[in-house]
Design a protein around this ligand. Structure first.
Ligand code: SF4
Length: 426
């Protein structure tokens, strides 16, 4: 059983920093969310900068009919708020008329002051009424309010009040609505987990669904697992609807996946022998896949800049399952409750820094000369030029990395830059 863990007692060296940050904004999440919810459209209400950001982040999509766009509010719209609202309504109506495949439309807020003045939640209510059956929702992806994975959190939190209430059969005991897993996972990963939960005898639904019509129904008293560590707002929204969070590590690596599944198995009273039988084959395959990477990563010194909020679980995976040495774990935010198991899994004395003061952190990274630095795109080039091997943290969001079958791929993502640098140095 996953015992409750108090991070204060886990002997990490926890610090907080405030200063200049170098993190993408929450618009970035659109790049993976539009692939996940297949009949949703993301309309950024923003500036040319926003349009450039998502076009370059999602550059590969130029060959497909895109399901995201930017409605650019220029200065001419500042003449009056009512004009801007009318303009937004016209843009959305034109879009929906042109794209009858859209079932769910997100208005995504951004930084410019003229956007901040617009009430997008009111606009979404107004447009939902007008454009039924298309649902229009809104959330903020603004760089003032969100770092890049917080865009997914805001999107899922906007979906939660919309979820239908599951009506349990009259004779069903409490909790029979099954398990809810919250957090966008690659379809292949979701299918693997669905099979594992079926082997454990646990009914499961996933948030978000793959389309507007397959969003999960939920019920008060229902337990939920987070599949991603950056979903504080989504968890709060689910708790407000009476669901309860199952504390667990995150399903990264073999140990994280086992701990995550075990939290569900304990909540549903799964027999230990059944748990063993369902998970042993996956654990065996993960161990085989991880072994060659352990040889390359063991003893390697790794430094995490704060970026995706995946840093703490990844550091736990690298240290506990691959024998890496963690120099520093930066994370934009540290949710002590959701990350309690992960913090407890870090080696004693690991330096964890919440927030960012970019110059200070760059100085520490340069002084430490880590073997591998995990960071955002903007920092990777300068650090590579200084002779440091880097891993782009954004790749960890775009690549399916959760679960037993992906444990080897996850390790490979960290081993590859070391191999490349080794070749360059030969
Ligand atoms: Fe747009 Fe603000 Fe993100 Fe820049 S930081 S791309 S202005 S939302």
């Amino acid at each position: 059983m996953n015992a409750p863990v108090r991070p204060e007692s886990c002997g990490i060296d926890l610090a907080r920093e405030r200063g200049q940050r170098a993190v993408f904004c929450g618009l970035t999440g659109i790049v993976w969310l539009h692939r996940k919810i297949q009949d949703a459209f993301f309309l950024v209400v923003g500036s040319r900068t926003c349009a450039h950001l998502i076009q370059s982040a999602a550059g590969v999509m130029i060959f497909a009919e895109p399901r995201f766009a930017t409605a650019i509010l220029d200065e001419r719209d500042l003449a009056g708020l009512a004009d801007a609202e009318d303009e937004l309504d016209r843009v959305v109506e034109r879009l929906v008329a042109r794209r009858p495949d859209i079932r769910l439309l997100f208005l995504v807020g951004s930084c410019p002051s003229e956007v901040i003045k617009l009430d997008l939640s009111r606009a979404s209510l107004r447009l939902s009424r007008r454009l039924a059956p298309v649902r229009v929702l809104s959330y903020s992806g603004s760089g003032i309010e969100t770092t890049f994975t917080e865009g997914e959190d805001a999107c899922l939190a906007a979906l939660v009040p919309e979820l239908a209430e599951a009506l349990p059969a009259p004779e069903a005991p409490a909790g029979e609505a099954g398990l809810l897993v919250a957090g966008a996972l690659g379809d292949v990963v979701e299918d693997q987990f669905a099979r594992l939960f079926a082997d454990l005898g646990i009914p499961v639904r996933f948030l978000p669904g793959r389309s507007a019509g397959t969003m999960p129904a939920i019920a008060p008293g229902q337990p939920f697992l987070l599949a991603q560590p950056f979903l504080a707002g989504t968890a709060r929204a689910l708790e407000a609807r009476g669901l309860h969070h199952l504390p667990a590590p995150f399903p990264l690596g073999a140990e994280g996946t086992t701990g995550w599944l075990r939290a569900a198995a304990d909540a549903f009273g799964v027999d230990p022998a059944r748990f063993e039988a369902a998970t042993a084959p996956g654990r065996r395959r993960a161990a085989t896949a991880l072994a060659p990477h352990r040889a390359r990563l063991s003893g390697k010194r790794v430094f995490f800049f704060p970026d995706s909020q995946l840093e703490v679980p990844l550091a736990r995976f690298l240290a506990a399952e691959l024998g890496a040495e963690i120099v520093e774990v930066g994370t934009p935010y540290l949710h002590r409750g959701h990350l309690a198991h992960e913090i407890a899994g870090l080696p004693p004395g690991t330096r964890v820094v919440e927030g960012q003061s970019l110059d200070d952190q760059m100085d520490r990274a340069r002084a430490a000369r880590p073997d591998l630095t995990v960071c955002g795109l903007g920092l990777a080039n300068p650090l590579e030029a200084e002779g440091l091997a880097t891993k782009w943290s954004i790749e960890l969001l775009f690549t399916p990395v959760q679960g037993y079958e992906q444990a080897g791929d996850l390790a490979e993502l960290f081993a590859r830059p070391l191999r490349r640098r080794g070749l360059l140095e030969v």
